[in-house]
Write a protein that binds this ligand. Sequence first.
Ligand code: TXA
Ligand code: MG
Length: 339
Amino acid sequence: METKVYTPDEIPAAAALLTAGQLVAFPTETVYGLGADATNVDAVKQVYLAKGRPSDNPLIVHVADVETVERFAQPLSEAAKKLIKAFWPGPLTMIFKLQPDALAPEVTGGLATAAFRNPDNDATLALIRAAETPIVGPSANTSGKPSPTTAQHVLHDLHGKIAGILDDGPTKVGVESTVLDLSTDQPAILRPGAVTPEAIEQVIGMPVQTELHHVGATEVPKAPGMKYKHYAPNAQVYIVDRSEDWPQALAWAAQQEIPMGVMATDGILTNNLIPANCEQFSLGDDIQSASRKLFAGLRHFDTETKIKDILCQAFENKGLGLAYMNRLNKSAGQTHFSV
Ligand code: TXA
Ligand code: MG
């Protein structure tokens, strides 16, 4: 299959593919998604095949308006309405209880709930409206790999496996949406993202559970996706926790005498002597740019340099840093450079 790349001027053609049950990757403000008509079971099954995704990991339903959510979900709570008003379109996915048999088990992983999201990307909102159907959209990467933040990343993983890609340039946020479970009495964040727990608490005026769920072998995870290996580049990533650890981390890298990757902000890169065997990838100058560039950096070292070891900068575990560190910890398998 030839994967055709569409510009935002060609939305009707891309939408026609979705209506015909084909897969079309789409841009959002967070990462690129792999789109299929959420009401077409055969199309949804193709999503799992193309990604190599375990079939019990449910998908997010992307909508262009709240009315579509109301068609599938049970009546929305006051808290849900406030959050929709405050954060949609935007990087907040919300899990609601469904009306009986509202969506196929292929979408929900057999759960009585589903995740809904109204992405902040005009081309994709126009695509959903033109296709006249909500679209499922997991991140458009091969399962286990870093999520794609450009159309080129999507092509790298899925070329020949999907009918089309709507290319709207690099994504703005870079880490996937916050997943908030509103199907139980206490709202709980299942995956941190750019919409922070504090921002949610401020809007709904009640506490949000943010405990990281530790998933044992027999425990059923709340977000099924959390039990799978994620964001893993081929290289081994070492997290460098504090800025004062960099001189020693770089001295260690120099001793390795093999090509190494260094992912850090400009401050770190200019204030330290980078050894000759280390290739730099700048994370920009703050947590926003680092989140936007994290997955691109991991992919850069895998596909363009084949570097086997990467040192990568940690950020404080708060605000957007919660999301960044959640993804970085998974890509490093919790491996830290220790002084
Ligand atoms: O930013 C994003 O959310 C991107 C863009 C494309 O929208 N999408 C994305 O989808 O990251 P995916 O499939 O890679 O991650 C969705 C996460 C998974 O961890 C999944 O298990 C969880 O949401 N999830 C989906 N439906 C759920 C449900 N009903 N209950 C609990 N967790 C759910
Ligand atoms: Mg994903």
